[in-house]
Structures are given as C-alpha cells and as structure tokens.
Write a protein that binds this ligand. Sequence first.
Ligand code: MG
Length: 371
Amino acid sequence: MKITNVEAIYLRLPVVERRTDSSQDALLIKVTTDAGLIGWGEVDGCPLVTKAVVEAPFSHNLATGLRDLLIGQDPLEISRLWKRMYEGTLYFGREGAAIQAMAGVDLALWDIKGKAFKQPVHRLLGGAFRDSIRVYASNMFQFTPEATANRAKKAVDAGFTAVKFGWEPFGKDPETDLAMLTAIRNAVGDKCDVILDVGLVWDAKTAIRRAKLFEPVNLLWIEEPLHPDNLTGYAHVAGAVDTPIAAGEEECTIAGFDRLMELGKIDLVQIDMTRCGLTQAMQIAARAAARGLKCINHNFTTDVNTAASLHFLAAIPNAFIMEYCVEPSELSRALVRNPIQIKDGIARVPAEPGLGVEPRMDMIEKYALRN
Ligand code: MG
C-alpha cells in the first residue's frame, strides 16, 4: 500500500468570535492510499499555518512539506514516517506548527492502519485497559456567574458528573473569580466534580493565593494557571497547594512534556492528540506513568479528536477521565457521521476499525474555506 495524497482541509464557522475557543474552526487531514483506504486526522493549531506545512513544496532535504515527504510511502510504517517527517522539516520544525501538522498526519495513518487490519486503533496501540471512560463537560466561562451556572446546570441535567470551565473572563480579581466558582458549585451540587482551567494569566504567587481561596469549592484540579514557559513557577505552585495542577496542552513534543514533568512538577499531564499525535502521546504517557503521574487529554475541537482521545485513554493504564467540548459549535457537535455518544457522563471507546469516526462530506462542503 502506498500513500497517494495528503490534504489539509480548513473548516470554519461563518462567525468566529475573538475568544480562546478552538471549537470555531478545524483543520482536517485526509490521507489517501492506492488501496482505496482513506485516513482522517485533525490538527488543533493555527489552521492555515498547519495547512502550509502540509502543502509546502520541496525546498531542500531539511525544508519540505509533509505531502512531498509522504507520497509513495507505505502508510503502515508510522514510526519510520514520523522520523522521515521530523528530519524533512528540521529547518522550520522540531516544535510548534510543524509537529502539530505531523500529529494530524499521524492520526490519519493510525486510522488507515486500523482499517487495513480491521481493528480499532486502541488494539494496535497495545490493547484496552477499559472499554469506556468517564467524561467531563468542558465549557468556556460565560461572562456572568449566572450564565456560567446555567451552563453548569445544563451539563448536570445532560448526565455529566464533572464539569470544567475555562479562560476569559476568569482570573482578573479574587472576588469575581470566587463568585464564578461558587455559582458553579451551587448549580451542580456536591456530587459533581468541578475543574478550573485558568487560562495562563497568573504568576506563581497569585496562583497559590487563589488556589487557597478556592479550597471550599473543592476543585478536582487547577489547569494552566501560569504561562507554559514558567516552569519554575509551576514547580513552586505544585509544591505549595493541595489541589492537583494540570498542564501540557500547549506542548507538542516529548521533550516539552519531560520539561513540564521534571522541572514544572505538574500533577496531571494533559496531552492533545491533535498536537502530539498518538505515536508521541503513547510515549509521553509511558514517561508519565514511570513518574507515577496520571494523563488526561485535551480536546476542544471535533469528534476526530474525541475518537483519537478515546483510543489513547483506553490504551494507557494511567487514565481516568476524558475532556469533551460542549460548546455549541456545529463543527464540534456534528462533523462526523457517527458522533461519539455520551450517556450518563460516560463515553464508550469506539470498537469499529480505525479511529471509528468518518467526517460527513456535506459538513465539509458546508464549512470548507477554499483558497
Ligand atoms: Mg485547558
């Protein structure tokens, strides 16, 4: 089997609000083969930058687009192709957009491999530790405590047993922050877990003061209180507060996660399949397990990410919950023919060959931005 094409398809809602909300557009990766098998992946990055990484023509041996590197290659040799892409993008890669584009291709290659062997991807990753997993409803903060509490109540009414709220307008002052979190806790009751995603806005001392202030709310974890480069700050916060500290969604390399775990001393390792790819995610999870740390996923895009996350979280021993974006975006809700179903706050791991989700062509037609 040989790869015949690699495409990057940019989908975008007609109206994109200026928020930190990545459910408003999506970059799909489509890998086509001469055997008729098609693999689908996704990248959560800056879509047109990533698309350029895929489409760039050969410049020289260390500066080449992914399509040029992959056409004619055997899609089943995923580790070898990862190395080929890494070396072929070295001048502009090794981090950021190039690695994120490779992650999207990696997901599509795993989808092809599953379809070729007629096995769900988690079986090819080593087998399932679980066939379902608890899910939390992941939300943007709304702009008042009342509107945020309404979102929280809606999630509990839909059967979720854990909710997360994140990003702006959170983090500005202690009174408003505590009012937001108290409104959520009052809306969901004591049995539902509440998770806080800060949005990178504090320094270490502010994070420690806030974590102590929020103790009565009983947060399951506090996510990304600091800028991802502030590793000393992360270590300071993680050592000073009882609430677990999560980070990792800005990272896309094994080296980046090693730094966060080793120097940042984080408690929960948050990996985005559409930025790291399954190939790296499995290695990062093993390095987390060796340090006694649990992994969580990051997912604020489509069901391609959700499906890849489910296979990943099924295939590692150190998982316990999955992020699931509940923003109303149709790209997030209805991109695939067979959306991942959440029942009583639990998602089943797909058992179909490959990733187990297929994008709808009518949705691609509706939202594709052509250039
Ligand atoms: Mg987050």
